[in-house]
Structure formats: C-alpha cells, structure tokens
Design a protein around this ligand. Sequence first.
Ligand code: HEM
Ligand code: HEM
Ligand SMILES: [Fe+2]
Length: 455
Amino acid sequence: MRYKSQSVAYWYFAVAMVLFGLQVVFGLLSAAKYLGPDPLLYILPFDVSKMIHTNLLVVWVLTGFMGATYWMIPDESRTEIYSVKLAYIQLALWVVMGVTAVIGYLFRYGTGNKLLEQPLPHKIVIVIVMLMFLYNVVMTIRQSGRFTTTEGVLLLGIAGAAVLYLPSLLHFDNYTVAIFYRWWTIHLWVEGVWEMIQGGFLAYLLIRLSGADREVMEKWLYVIVGLVFIAGILGTAHHYYWVGVPTYWLPIGGFFSALEPVALIAMAMYAYSAIRRSGMAHPNTLALHWTIGSAIYTLFGAGLLGLAHTWPGVNKWTHGTLITAMHGHAAFYGAYAMIVLAMISYALPAMSPSRREQGTSMGYWSFWLQLAGMFGMTLSFATAGIGQVYLERILGLGYLDAQLKIQVHFLMLTATATLFAIGVILFIIDFFRHAPRFEITTEMPDAVPVSPIRA
Ligand code: HEM
Ligand code: HEM
Ligand SMILES: [Fe+2]
C-alpha cells in the first residue's frame, strides 16, 4: 500500500463480499422456485427473491466500484484521499440504504420498476451518496494536481452513472413513457458509462500488471471508449422494439447495437496483447487471471450473447424469455463482477501482507469454479430459453405448460450454480481469512516495463 487512506477500499470490498454472498443465496432461491413446489410461495415469492437477487447485484458491484476507485485514485494521482471521514460516512449511508431497501422489498415496499425498484427515499440517498463520492474523488485529484487519462475515463464513467440514475427518480403513469426512460438508466449504464468504469480499471490493472507503456495503453483506451459511445447510445433502441414507440427505432436499434461488440472485441484484444507482450512479469498472477478473464468473458457474455438476440427479427421471439437471463448473467458477470474481483485480487496482498502476492490455491480454485459454474449456468439458461421460445412463442403452448417441459434445464442450472456458489464461498473465505494490516510500503511489485505495444 502506497497511501494510508487506501485502506478505505478494504472496508468497501468487505461489504461487497458480504452482499455478493447474499446475492448468490437469493439467486439459488430464485432458481429453486423453478423446480417447484415452493414452500415459500406466500412469504418470499419469485418476484421478490429475483428483485432482491438483482438489487443486491447492483449494490455489491457499485460498492466494489467505489472501493476500487478509492484504491486506484491515490495510486494514480499520488496522493492521500481528500477526506477519509467522508468516505466512511458514504459507506455507512450506502449500507443503511441497501439493508433497508432489501428489508422493504420483503414487505413489498418498492416501485416495481425492474432493477430500479428502490423507493423514492432510497433513491434520494443513492443520489446523495453518489454526490459525496464524486466530490471526494474530484477533490483528491484537485489537491494532487496529477490527473491521468485512466482516471479521467473512470471519473467520466462514475459521473455518467450518477447523472443517468436521475431519470429513475421520475414517475410516469404511461407505461410506454416509463419504459422509454427506464432504459436511459439501465441500458446506458451497462452498455455505456459502466463500460467506461470497467475500461478505467482495466487500463489501470494492465498498466500495473503488464508494465505496458502508459501512453499507448491510454491511447487505445480512448479508442475503445469512443467505440462504446458511438454504438452504445443509439444501441439503446434495441429495447424500443416492442414498447409502443414508432417503428423507425427497429432498424436504428438493430444496426447500432450490432456494432457494440466491435468495442468489446477491441477491449479483449487490448488486454490480451498487453499481457502477451509483458511476458507475465508481475507476481500477482491471480489478479492477472481475473483481469484477462473479465475482458474475454465480456466479449462472450455481452458481445456474442448480446448480438445473438439483438436483431429485431430474433428479438421478437426471444424478448423477455430465459434467453435474456442467459445473456444478463454472462454479461454482468464478465464485465462488472469479474473486474471488481480483479481489482480486489490486485489490491488485497498490499492490505494483508501475510497473503502470498501470487494468490493462494484457494484463490485459483475460486476463479476456475466460478468460471466453470457461470459458463454452465449460461448454457442452462440458453437451452431452457431456446426450448421456451420454440414451445411458447412458436408452437403457442401456454406459459406454464412450456415451463414444465423445460424444467430439466433448471436441474442443470442448479447443479452448475452450486459449483459457482462454491467458487464464491472460496473467494469470500480467502478474502476474510487474512486479517488486514495497513502498512505503508513504497515497494509495490509492479511488472518490469516493456516496450510499447503496437496495435
Ligand atoms: C448461484 C448463482 C445464481 C443463480 C442460481 C441465479 C439465478 C437466477 C434466476 C433464477 C434468475 C431469474 C431469471 C428469470 O427471470 O426467470 C436470475 C436473474 C438474474 N441474475 Fe442471477 N443467479 C445467480 C448468480 C448471478 C450472478 C453472479 C449474477 C451477475 C453477476 C446474476 C445476474 C442476474 C441478473 C442480471 C438477473 C436478471 C436477468 C433478467 O433481467 O432477465 N446472477 N438469476
Ligand atoms: C457489459 C455489457 C452488458 C450487460 C451487463 C448487459 C446486461 C443485460 C441485462 C441485465 C439485460 C436485461 C435487462 C432487462 O430486461 O431489464 C439485457 C438485455 C438485453 N441486452 Fe444486454 N448487456 C450488455 C451488453 C449488451 C450488448 C453489447 C448487446 C448487443 C450486442 C446486448 C443486447 C441486449 C438485448 C437485445 C437485450 C434485451 C433482451 C430482451 O429483449 O428481453 N447487451 N442486457
Ligand atoms: Fe441494452
């Protein structure tokens, strides 16, 4: 650890770990309901367990983003965090918001707006937390006077995420209008500003882990972010096909969203080429696994599996089926869960010196079990989804009859999700089993610098 205040990140990561564990519990509960009968039907029905599952996901990933930012900004700007106290108040407010939101959901206190179910008071707290966070980060950079491109991309991503949350505060009685603006938050988050956050962390990790030339890495970061924006903004229209807006959105959505994977291909190539040229010089090979894994899994989950159902001609059959769940899991996991786990794996040895820099064997078991489990889950959702589309949408079988016929795929889902869950448990144990010790050292093992990579 180079700066004392970076220890703040540990507590954000610790909260993220607990929420990640809980998210998986509610995922398993939601999956079990597909196998029926459901003893919890009247206490915790599927809509509530799924809502808690997805909300915990968003909250733990955002907690991870915040922690990782508090870790990275001092390193990049070479200074202490502007206000450590503010960072802790922010975390406390955030946790209270998250916990009360989940308790509220158990009592059906929510807006019903998928992924944005938080009641208004909670939404206001979220905005306040985001403002505190932005203020602290901006002031840290200002006090140091050193502002890198990598930080700039990250900061734009965070500021964008805060601004794009604002439409979710509005209430519309007309469902078409409500859904139109809902995507300004959800789509422009995951296929726009959050990709900038991922890009910022990716560049930071690659520079540190591969020793690649910063100037070259940052130049390519601009290209990737530019590509994300060109395709991602108008790509929003791939959610406008069937919601009651004019038909000209169909070709716009199809064309621009189909371009989105280009940026993701560029991102995977960027990561791979940086590492290949570095000769794997950095000792923390576990963090390297998570970093490259994130870039490649994003290409698979978001790029390939997004493209698979983004054309209007395909989406008219697959919309809102388990095909969406297939893509949602692989994309979210690859892009955002894995990049947070990469940042944690990179930062952790510096915050608990008793830990091996290379990562522990438990850490590697966790990586491979999670990857294999999530791949199996994605395939299970995919096979279930294909069956559902044919039976329900093409043959016209009733919803429940179709569900009964595809139940076997949920056995597969439960089996592979169990593997995934074991991987998560191992990650959490590995996180907590070494007590943190915050010692300042100027000797962080960076990789040996190598010659600049070429395209
Ligand atoms: C043990 C692990 C997990 C299990 C068993 C599980 C299971 C489920 C189930 C059954 C649903 C509801 C699908 C439906 O609407 O029919 C769901 C939704 C969802 N899960 Fe998971 N999940 C797990 C882990 C994860 C992880 C790690 C992520 C992301 C990193 C994730 C992201 C999502 C998302 C984004 C949705 C909403 C998908 C949609 O809108 O259609 N889940 N999950
Ligand atoms: C990291 C990036 C991405 C993440 C985390 C992500 C996640 C998700 C999630 C959670 C949903 C379900 C949303 C809901 O119904 O509320 C969704 C839907 C969708 N995504 Fe993505 N996605 C990503 C990138 C992409 C890309 C690049 C494409 C296209 C090439 C794409 C195409 C789609 C489509 C067409 C739907 C709508 C499915 C439907 O009609 O039910 N996604 N995505
Ligand atoms: Fe989208």
